[in-house]
Design a protein around this ligand. Sequence first.
Ligand SMILES: [Zn+2]
Length: 220
Amino acid sequence: MPIEQAKKEMIKIAKKMYLSGMVNIFEGNISVRLEDRFLITPSQQSKEDMTEDMIIEVDAEANVLNPSELYKPSSEIMMHLEVYRLRPDVNAVVHNHSAYATAYAVAGKPIRTKALTEVMVIFGEVPVVPYGTPGTERIYAGFAEHLDSRNAVLLANHGLMTVGDTLLNAYSQAEAVEKLAQTLLYAKLLGGEEPIPEEEAVQILAYGEQIRKKAMAAKP
Ligand SMILES: [Zn+2]
């Protein structure tokens, strides 16, 4: 994808993420892999007012290729680059602190259910990667274990990270996780989940796993 088009798409998704209430203006970050470089949103800039000239271009070691006095790459840049290193099939990473998903991350609980088939098919479960201080390498120490077969993980005591072959797919996973986390939390208020029959749950979880494995195997 041409670099200008990729930047345009990033701005569109950053605004969408802000307008949907998934981040406050300074939170969250988005990155994209291009052929010879990576693009990432800048640190401490409003997602609502972001423009293409603010997007930072970096190489795989996080060296900035378009240095600017005004804009610095997101402090989570190493976390994004680690995802690209581990997952050659991934071309986009979305990170945010959306409220319901982050509630699970803060509680240290994976999003796991036998009562909501959408979660079971799309995600299987959304695991929690153990806590690491934001901005340090400890934040992604658990990625190799948890991200090998999943496109959505919770970062303990922090937020949500989703990945995809395209930016739209990575973002749509983030939206889906947030909505499903909200539904499951409300179900708890109503007295708890009513699981589907165990035999069917096993079948649905196996079906979802098969689809995810196939999708990953199909990518380079
Ligand atoms: Zn964060």
